[in-house]
Design a protein around this ligand. Structure first.
Ligand code: ADP
Ligand code: F6P
Length: 324
């Protein structure tokens, strides 16, 4: 098919997310097979762009990667890209290589970099890749499903030992300032308490009361899923143990949530979103973010997307509290 541009670049930026490889594969293959474009892979996100770390990518360069976690292009957080000088250098590298379009796979921090590059004349399209699900314009971000399934399996395992020892367990999950991972895994893991930044008011006395009521009802364990943004789970465990007299342990799941084989859902959404990004570039579009809303793949202006706000679904939160 006809494309308005002939050469594109693709990079992954910010925290990695399972499914990023599927997105890279889709970008490369859509560009090469559908539009006959040339594709450059940019290593280490914006850091590699500024340092001119580019590789040629053809159809075969993305063989055998769809089922792997991580990102074959590596990723980085790059302070230099936050400066005008860094942004100018990044745009110059694109121009030097004849890169007219760039696909940025990452979170909203990465989209801010893409926004700046668009302002410097590089057609940029963002693809939402983050386990946090915290990008307002889209109902799905690549990596979320794999991360919640990993965390859920960990909670199931912790529950076994928690029951055997008749303990309280606090399981801390990732999400930066967002509570989506905690909410989903708290529901799926049958947690007794779910603490998320968006709703938790810091009332530990209420948690202690809840634990005591559950104990009276004969509960053998008490699982608290804590979103990382809420606060230090180890300190909380000490306070709850002191207040209840029940052995309490904290487990911080950490980066285990970012790795592993991407689920079918992540591979499919990544494949679709990568293709949409290239379709947009082929149409000559710039400064857009790919999104999934109401059962459709769509796109938004980056300024508009970054200005949007997102909150957890109230009915989902209330239901989670009732089920706990
Ligand atoms: P994520 O993309 O997952 O939200 P970060 O917030 O760490 O992750 O952002 C990833 C990278 O995007 C940063 O290291 C930086 O290089 C770039 N970036 C973030 N904010 C800006 C900004 N305001 N201007 C330019 N680049 C930015
Ligand atoms: O944005 C993804 C994420 O995993 C967050 O959930 C977490 O707060 C952060 O990245 C951790 O970053 P790092 O990999 O730098 O420790």
């Amino acid at each position: 098919m006809e494309s308005k541009i002939k050469k594109i670049g693709v990079l992954t930026s910010g925290g990695d997310a399972p499914g990023m490889n599927a997105a890279i594969r889709s970008v490369v293959r859509t560009a090469v097979s559908k539009y006959g474009m040339e594709v450059k892979g940019i290593l280490r996100g914006y850091a590699g762009l500024i340092d001119d770390e580019l590789i040629d990518m053809d159809y075969h360069a993305v063989c055998d990667i769809i089922h792997h976690g991580g990102t074959i292009l590596y990723t980085a957080r790059c302070k230099e890209m936050m400066t005008e000088e860094g942004q100018r250098k990044a745009a110059e590298v694109c121009k030097k290589h004849g890169i007219e379009g760039l696909v940025v796979i990452g979170g909203d921090g990465s989209f801010r970099g893409a926004q700046k590059l668009a302002g410097l004349g590089i057609n940029t399209i963002g693809v939402p890749g983050t386990i946090d699900l915290d990008i307002a314009c889209t109902e799905y971000t690549i990596g979320f499903d794999t991360a919640i399934n990993t965390a859920m399996e960990c909670i199931d395992k912790i529950r076994d030992t928690s029951t055997s020892h008749e303990r309280i367990s606090i399981v801390e999950v990732m999400g930066r300032n967002a509570g989506y991972i905690a909410l989903y895994t708290g529901i799926a893991g049958g947690a007794e308490d779910i603490l998320i930044n968006e709703r938790y008011d810091g009332d530990e006395a209420a948690i202690v009361e809840h634990i005591k009521r559950c104990q009276l009802e004969g509960r053998r364990h008490h699982i608290i899923v804590n979103a990382e943004g809420v606060g230090d789970s180890y300190a909380m465990a000490k306070r709850i143990q002191a207040a209840t007299g029940i052995d309490t342990r904290a487990t911080v799941l950490g980066h285990i949530q970012r790795g592993g084989t991407p689920t079918c859902k992540d591979r499919v959404y990544a494949s679709m979103m990568g293709a949409v990004a290239v379709d947009l570039l082929a149409l000559g579009q710039t400064k857009r973010v790919v999104a999934y809303r109401n059962g459709t793949y769509t796109d938004f202006d980056i300024d508009e997307a970054l200005a949007m706000k997102k909150d957890v679904n109230e009915y989902m939160f209330e239901t989670a509290m009732k089920l706990a």
